[in-house]
Design a protein around this ligand. Structure first.
Ligand code: SF4
Length: 372
């Protein structure tokens, strides 16, 4: 693992790695066959900065307003030793004991390194799991990790893990509102998927210590503001389905060692920052480095990856840029110009293309008839 980490450090360059979070892992599983994203994420590369230097900046991620609102709501819920949250947890999880311990794991004695925080998280969760009585402990900002394609991705969740009835529950705090008992379905689905990432990471951690998966409940507690006020409300969300999908997608991510074996030695995405923190890496050199790794662009990338505009431009003219379902429908034909040539009859179908060529010609004929 150390040799792998060294190589990834060299690929990233001189800047500190960016940590994963549940959102980035959930996005990674949206396109498990993309080696480019897999490698850049594994190396902790700032994809947004690379895309900017390549000339394809992406306005991507949460707005500043959404981040500020999320932070304010989280601070409110956790204020005074998480008093408000505790009351909600008593209601939802049937917590009987009057007091709970509270461990803040955002740093360990002033040391915020992810390895030290992970070690501390592991030891505290191990101690809580071994206790017979319900310790009722809240763990604020634990550091977890997940094995992804052969390397450890550290997760820095804004969550509290809570133990009651001999089980841990993941608590996810989100700032989108629940109005009349209903949340935005897209946001609720994304929150459930992200919570599943945390459940899986906690199950891996406790599994290493010999505890069965059920030690971490598949019911996560989703805390959101209720109606149009900022009063929090908690809902139990069953993430079994998301866990199954996540595990299947993670197993499909191209293994890193395979990607690295195919790369030229010395490949780096270092942006060569000057003393004023401006990137100085020539864009054409960076383009060559990025293009050395296979990508699998699909329109979904536009909503989930900072490299999307670069990859879309690179994939222009290929059927994959039109989306997975269209690419599958056109099975075997890789370029849009070939599709058009087959449809118009100006190209002779190659071996294995006869069937799709006949379908394309028929579609073209129908279209022409409709338009005339
Ligand atoms: S935008 Fe590019 S790097 Fe990102 S997932 Fe899509 S193809 Fe991969």
């Amino acid at each position: 693992m150390d040799a792998l980490v060294d190589r990834l450090d060299r690929i990233r360059g001189t800047v500190a790695p960016r940590n994963h979070n549940a959102r980035t892992i959930a996005a990674l599983t949206n396109n498990p066959g993309c080696g480019r994203r897999g490698l850049m994420d594994a190396a902790g590369v700032n994809k947004g900065a690379v895309a900017g230097q390549l000339g394809f900046p992406a306005a991507f991620g949460q707005s500043r307003f959404a981040i500020a609102r999320g932070n304010a709501f989280e601070a409110q819920v956790k204020a005074d030793g998480a008093a408000e949250l505790l009351q909600l947890l008593r209601e939802r999880l049937g917590l009987a004991i009057p007091e709970v311990a509270y461990d803040d794991l955002s740093n360990v004695g002033g040391n915020a390194s992810r390895e030290v925080r992970y070690a501390r998280t592991r030891s505290l969760l191990a101690r809580a799991a071994a206790e017979r009585d319900d310790a009722g402990t809240l763990f604020d900002h634990p550091m977890l990790r997940l094995d992804i394609a052969g390397y450890f991705a550290y997760l820095e969740p804004d969550l509290i893990a809570f133990r009651v009835g001999g089980r841990f529950h993941v608590v996810e705090i989100k700032s989108f509102a629940v109005i009349d008992g209903q949340a935005d379905p897209g946001k609720a689905a994304a929150a459930a998927k992200q919570s599943a990432v945390y459940v899986l990471a906690m199950r891996e951690l406790l599994g290493e210590l010999g505890y069965p998966p059920e030690t971490v409940s598949h019911d996560v507690v989703l805390v959101c503001p209720e109606n149009f006020a900022n009063r929090p409300t908690a809902t139990l969300v069953d993430v079994r389905k998301q866990l199954t999908v996540l595990q299947r997608q993670l197993s499909r991510i191209t293994r890193l060692d395979k990607i690295l074996d195919a790369l030229p030695a010395g490949l780096s995405f270092d942006l060569a920052y000057d003393s004023d923190n401006n990137p100085t890496r020539p864009p054409d050199e960076l383009t060559k480095a990025v293009s050395a790794i296979d990508a699998r662009f699909s329109p979904d990338c536009l909503g989930s990856c900072e490299m999307a505009f670069f990859c879309r431009s690179e994939a222009a003219g290929s059927t994959s840029a039109l989306g997975r379902s269209i690419r599958d429908d056109l099975g075997g034909v890789e370029s849009v110009s070939t599709v058009l040539g087959l449809a118009r009859g100006t190209l002779t179908p190659g071996a294995g293309q006869e069937e799709i060529a006949a379908l394309l010609r028929m579609a073209h004929r129908l279209r022409t008839e409709c338009l005339s």
